[in-house]
Design a protein around this ligand. Structure first.
Ligand code: NAI
Length: 248
């Protein structure tokens, strides 16, 4: 697919990787509907080829309306890039001393599964439904996983969600191939965006030491992967790792 002519929905668009993706697509000539729950962040992104749409990706009705609005605004949608995500790290069971232990609250588990996994399912489902119904060909659905999908201490909720994203994406790719629609995941390593500001600086610096490239990645490097996934018509059902060599 020619990225200069595509019409895309990008979720998680107000910040970090989603924001860089919207700007990169618009700069390439594409038209974008930028979706996020952060109204202020969206407003600062709106531009010539970027239309903004506030929605929470965990809410079924809001996602359906946002996708409807995007199809109406753009005429057709042939690309979805799903960046919306959070993490809420914590150990499953933590020793807090003097024989006491705490465990991960259910709400902490659910928040991450809801946003990162269900918040991927809903935009993919709503976009795929309209693509299939409208006969959009080619189409591509891009989801965002993480190096943590293989399991990481303190990230049981996030790892489970991000592994689920890859399995879901492969299922979608197999189901929709007959419709000319591809689906692929991108698994970033540690990328320099606001999401990392919540991380303990010492832990982050220790993580960087373990990256063969010895640095954080940039949002532009993740956009390069998005661009590849859009342009390469033979790329489907796979997860593209962009992590400086971190994962095995
Ligand atoms: P970020 O925190 O800068 O941006 C995330 C965006 O998602 C924010 O604009 C936020 O408002 C939005 N969002 C969160 N919950 C939402 C909801 N319920 N509805 C709508 N929007 C919502 O984070 P960043 O770094 O841009 O991350 C983007 C994606 O990449 C996430 O899925 C993250 O898990 C993934 N990722 C990021 C890595 C990194 O090192 N930055 C590494 C691996 C994966």
């Amino acid at each position: 697919m020619d990225v200069t002519e595509c019409r895309a929905i990008v979720t998680g668009a107000a910040s970090g990787l989603g924001r860089a993706c919207c700007l990169g697509l618009a700069e390439a000539g594409a038209e974008v509907v930028a979706v996020d729950s952060d109204r202020k962040g969206l407003d600062s992104l709106a531009g010539d080829r970027i239309f903004v749409q506030e929605a929470d990706v965990t809410r079924e009705c809001e996602v359906a309306s946002a996708v409807d609005a995007a199809f109406a605004r753009l005429g057709r949608v042939d690309v979805l890039v799903n960046f919306a995500g959070i993490y809420r790290d914590g150990l499953l069971v933590k020793d807090i001393g003097e024989g006491d232990f705490v465990s991960m609250p259910l709400a902490q588990w659910r928040a991450v599964i809801e946003t990162d996994l269900t918040g991927t399912f809903l935009p993919v489902r709503e976009t795929a439904l309209r693509m299939v119904r409208d006969g959009v060909r080619p189409g591509v659905l891009i989801t965002v996983s993480s190096v943590s999908r293989n399991g990481n201490p303190g990230q049981g909720n996030y790892s489970a969600a991000k592994a689920g994203v890859v399995a879901f994406t492969r299922s979608v790719a197999l189901e929709l191939a007959p419709h000319g629609i591809r689906a692929a995941a991108i698994a970033p390593g540690f990328i320099d965006t606001p999401i990392l500001s919540a991380m303990d600086p010492d832990r982050l610096s220790a993580q960087v030491d373990e990256i063969p490239a010895r640095r954080l990645g940039t949002p532009a490097e993740i956009f390069a992967g998005v661009r590849f996934a859009i342009e390469c018509e033979y790329f489907t059902g796979r997860c593209l790792e962009i992590d400086g060599g971190l994962s095995f």
